[in-house]
Design a binder for this molecule. Structure first.
Ligand SMILES: Nc1ncnc2c1ncn2[C@@H]1O[C@H](COP(=O)(O)OP(=O)(O)OP(=O)(O)O)[C@@H](O)[C@H]1O
Ligand SMILES: [Mg+2]
Length: 215
C-alpha cells in the first residue's frame, strides 16, 4: 500500500509520518519511510539543488523537470520494489506536491504538469493521500519557528520565502486536488495540536489500511 503525505510547509507531514510509521510497525506491518524530493542518493543530490535558497535563478520548467527526474529515480529504485515486497510505503510528498506547487502555485499549465508526473511515475498513484490542511499564516509561522533553530545550510526554505499569495494558491490547489480525487484523498485539519492531528490521522489509517488488508 502506497500512502502519501501532502500539504504546505509546516503542516505537520513529517511529524505525522513518523508517528504513522511507528504505529503501523507496532501493528506488525513492514513500513518503508521515504520522502520527496529525494529517497535515493541521486535524488537526494537533486533535492539539495531544489531546496537551496541560493538557487534563485532556477526557471519554473527546470524546477519541474528536476522534481520529475528525482521522482523517476525514486519510484523505480525504491518505491516500486518496496510495494512489490508487500510493504507499506509512507512517502513525505509525491506527485500531488508538483501539481500544487509548480502547477497551481507557480502557474505552470496543469495538464503539462500532469503529463510530466505521469512520465516520472510510470503511472504509479498513491492508494491513499493524507492532505494536512491549515491556514497559510499558521503553516508559515510554524516553519519559521523551526528554521530559527537550524544553521543556514540546513534551512530548506526556498519556498518559505515566497509571497503569501503563492501559499494561498498552493492551499487552494491542494483542496482542489482533494475534491477531484476524493477516492484517495483524506483532508485533515492540521491547525489543531499535534496529538489531535494524530488522532485523526490514526483513525484514517485504521479505516483505510485495515479496509484494504481485509479485502
Ligand atoms: N499540530 C501541530 N501544532 C503545532 N506545531 C506543530 C504541529 N505539527 C507539527 N508542528 C511543528 O511545526 C513544525 C513543522 O512541522 P513538520 O516539520 O512536521 O511539517 P512539514 O509539513 O513536514 O513541513 P515541511 O513541508 O517544511 O517539511 C515543526 O517544528 C513541528 O514540531
Ligand atoms: Mg517535512
Amino acid at each position: 500500500m502506497f500512502i502519501t503525505f501532502e500539504g504546505p510547509e509546516g503542516s505537520g507531514k513529517t511529524t505525522q509520518l513518523a508517528r504513522a510509521a511507528d504505529y503501523l510497525r507496532a501493528q506488525g506491518l513492514t513500513v518503508l519511510q521515504t520522502r520527496e524530493p529525494g529517497g535515493t542518493p541521486l535524488a537526494d543530490r537533486i533535492r539539495e539543488v531544489l531546496l537551496d535558497a541560493a538557487n534563485t535563478g532556477l526557471t519554473p520548467s527546470a524546477e519541474l523537470l528536476l522534481y520529475a527526474a528525482a521522482r523517476a529515480q525514486h519510484v523505480v529504485e525504491k518505491i516500486k520494489p518496496a510495494l512489490q515486497r508487500g510493504e507499506v510505503v509512507l512517502c513525505d510528498r509525491f506527485a500531488d506536491s508538483t501539481l500544487a506547487y509548480q502547477g497551481y502555485a507557480r502557474g505552470l499549465d496543469l495538464n503539462l504538469v500532469a503529463q510530466v508526473n505521469l512520465f516520472a511515475t510510470g503511472g504509479l498513484e498513491p492508494d491513499l493521500t493524507l492532505l494536512f490542511d491549515l491556514p497559510v499564516e499558521v503553516g508559515l509561522a510554524r516553519a519559521g519557528a523551526r528554521a530559527k533553530h537550524l544553521p543556514d545550510e540546513q534551512r530548506e526554505d526556498r519556498f518559505e520565502r515566497e509571497e503569501i499569495a503563492f501559499h494561498q494558491r498552493l492551499r487552494d490547489g491542494y483542496l482542489h486536488l482533494a475534491k477531484a480525487h476524493a477516492e484517495r484523498f483524506r483532508v485533515i485539519d492540521a491547525a489543531a495540536d499535534v496529538d489531535a492531528v494524530w488522532q485523526r490521522t490514526r483513525a484514517i489509517l485504521d479505516a483505510e489500511v485495515l479496509r484494504r488488508r481485509g479485502r
